[in-house]
Design a protein around this ligand. Sequence first.
Ligand SMILES: Nc1nc2c(c(=O)[nH]1)N[C@H]1C(S)=C(S)[C@@H](COP(=O)(O)OP(=O)(O)OC[C@H]3O[C@@H](n4cnc5c(=O)[nH]c(N)nc54)[C@H](O)[C@@H]3O)O[C@H]1N2
Ligand SMILES: Nc1nc2c(c(=O)[nH]1)N[C@H]1C(S)=C(S)[C@@H](COP(=O)(O)OP(=O)(O)OC[C@H]3O[C@@H](n4cnc5c(=O)[nH]c(N)nc54)[C@H](O)[C@@H]3O)O[C@H]1N2
Ligand code: SF4
Ligand SMILES: [Mo]
Length: 736
Amino acid sequence: MADRTIHLRTCPLCEAMCGLEVHVEDQAVKLIRPDRDDVWSKGYICPKGTALGHLHHDPDRVRAPMVREGEIWKEVTWDEAFERCSELLGDVIARHGKSSVTAYIGNPTAHALSLSRYVGVLIGMAALDCIYSAGTVDQWPKNVSSMLLYGNMWTIPTPDLERTDYMVIMGGNPQASGGSLMACADVLGKLDAIRGRGGKVVVIDPRRTGTADHADEWVPIVPGTDAALLMAIVHVLFADGLVDPTRVHVLVDNVVRVGALAAEWTPERVERACGIGADTIRRLAHELAAAPTSVVYGRIGTCNQEFGTLASWLVDVVNVLTGNFDSVGGLMFAKPVAWALSTLDDPQWADGVSFGRWKSRVGDIPEVLGQVPVGLMAEEMLLGGDEAWRALITVAGNPVISSTNPDRLDEALAGLECMISIDNALNETTRHAHVLLPGLSALEQAHFDDLILNWAVRSTGNYSPAVFAPPEDHPGEWRIFTVLGALLMGVPLADIDVDAFDDGFFSVLCEAKGVDPAAVLPLYDEGGPERLLDLQIRTGEFGDRYGERPDGLTLQSFKDAPHGLDLGPMEPRLDEVLRTANGRVDLAPSYIVADLPRLAARLDRAVDSLLLTSRRHQRSNNSWMHNVRTLVKGKDRCTLLIHPDDATQCGVVDGALARVTSERGSIEVPVEVSDEMMPGVVSLPHGWGHDKPGTRQSVAREHAGVNNNKLADPLAIDPLSNNAAINGIPVEVVPA
Ligand SMILES: Nc1nc2c(c(=O)[nH]1)N[C@H]1C(S)=C(S)[C@@H](COP(=O)(O)OP(=O)(O)OC[C@H]3O[C@@H](n4cnc5c(=O)[nH]c(N)nc54)[C@H](O)[C@@H]3O)O[C@H]1N2
Ligand SMILES: Nc1nc2c(c(=O)[nH]1)N[C@H]1C(S)=C(S)[C@@H](COP(=O)(O)OP(=O)(O)OC[C@H]3O[C@@H](n4cnc5c(=O)[nH]c(N)nc54)[C@H](O)[C@@H]3O)O[C@H]1N2
Ligand code: SF4
Ligand SMILES: [Mo]
């Protein structure tokens, strides 16, 4: 029998950050099991974690750089690939200027050692006019509300679900997602524990989800009306004298103004629009105020909708008003063991944040936090003339599936003069690339989470070394970013000195943290993500500050603790994290409250069609894990969930195909009749539609499914954040 080695790893796939044991024989993964001694996840794992070996060994995974000529892909050396990038970018810039180049940043960027720490190098060096990201089909509303309330878009408070007595979950389904903007392993176990200690869990969702199965109460809600419900809860808190001023955080201003704004938002006024009785709304408000501690948590259902920013803001408002803000058992600010680059003070906001500094090239939409809706990317490519994008760099993303306007994007990408993708898959998006630069598999690179630690329910960290050596000639994604960034700065390929750039980057970050780079640089044999990680830890909340605090942590401390280090639960620390100009929280930012009349107008809108929402499944990961056979096998999961009464009314039956039509498009999909949907609302998963020619995803192709984003109107957005309103799309359902 060959020698078996066991490697401890943190799963990088979601925010649960599970500790894994990866068993390897003959350079092959034989088994993946939970690491029961992992200080954070304590033996929790989901089926995706066991698939890391399949992802690594997947014959379809792109391992060498590839260049496309017409329909023909050719594997090339890294030198040849960079040469081609240089030619293509050089030509496009010579013809149309750098203002014709844009980029798209996808989700896994947040989940990998090198991607998370270095994508900013590409963005910073390239200094493009505009980039797009999955952020505007995800959490941009929460970024806007956090920016306005706390002064940093990534200062997002997290529910203290390990210690709360009462939790309301709105628009999140951790049973499938593992938890989002709330890093916690085994969320369902934590919900069971709340109930086990006599507390209560409420899920507010149009669907009775797997999370609702672990709650005391499921409150179905009409999609897109969370802000109205929350305004009514705020109303009740004030009207019934439930706001105790002595419990409101001393750093919060404008509480009275919020009360005045809510004066007309009675439960009776919103009950019809929300589909929730006034008595239930009153009771929820009273329960939230009466519980020893309580917390309201909102996630993607509250963001990917028409009133995303209002809803995201109101989630925090309710917690402030009940006195459960920055206090144990409420909404708290995590204390990460390593700071993330994206949380550094951004010089562009030195004089305060402003929106609409420029407008989209199509549709005149004001930018928000540097981005316009991702659904516009296609139109801005197809525009023609001087203003059109001619070149695109994609990083770990698949917008032809994941963004709104997918068919137009598919068409637009086919016409680009230059497209460079940094991605491990030849998928629906990257098939249009001229150069495809693969990253490493998760098991070929070390891991230590980054931004996710900023909302982890405990201060924790875990370093995992690579399980397999990367291909010898692979530069690492951080070097790829630096090369592309330098090319976009106009540096000739032959003159690019990645290490010199990296030393410069590292030095700037040292200075930002009050450390003398000249004293620190000699400590390291090499640059790259691990040097940066060491800096993030050592100058972080628990760090040794290079010897100033001898008991403090370094990267080595984590290397010496293979099951991870736990530095305890969250502690009140609003005063430490606030980055607003006056060091206080304005609970009623004028930018946000000015949107209340739009919400009021929604109350009078008659809804006479079914409303489409999105959902996730535990065995999927956005669009990119459908090529893992063990995950996609079994029952078809790309189905239209519909309530029995609606099914009867539409004449569709379980298992048969339905045609779902919106103003934007039409798709055919199998029906799954279930009373887990509230009447009037239907649900489709996202991430499917793998039937395009020219991809290399053989398993995904057999389980193609359909792309629900074909039904989304790219201009249906929450205008405060530019985030897509993918939930609540009016649709008609008929037998196909
Ligand atoms: N209708 C609807 N649409 C949605 C959503 C929804 O709820 N409903 N959700 C939205 C959300 S929240 C998100 S985040 C987006 C996701 O949208 P995207 O980020 O655009 O897409 P993903 O499907 O996550 O694709 C990730 C890509 O990264 C590649 N990849 C994986 N790991 C690595 C790596 O280590 N290095 C490199 N270089 N590449 C890697 C994969 O091969 C894959 O091609 O989808 C959004 N779209
Ligand atoms: N297995 C798996 N895990 C994942 C992912 C994945 O694709 N698969 N993706 C990852 C990513 S990128 C993200 S952003 C997170 C997202 O994590 P979550 O936010 O937990 O996402 P979902 O599981 O889609 O749950 C969203 C819920 O919102 C409900 N909903 C829809 N519209 C509304 C509405 O208007 N109001 C309310 N109150 N609810 C509504 C839906 O019915 C659904 O139950 O998950 C991450 N984890
Ligand atoms: S819940 Fe699953 S996907 Fe998420 S970190 Fe744990 S094993 Fe990985
Ligand atoms: Mo996401």
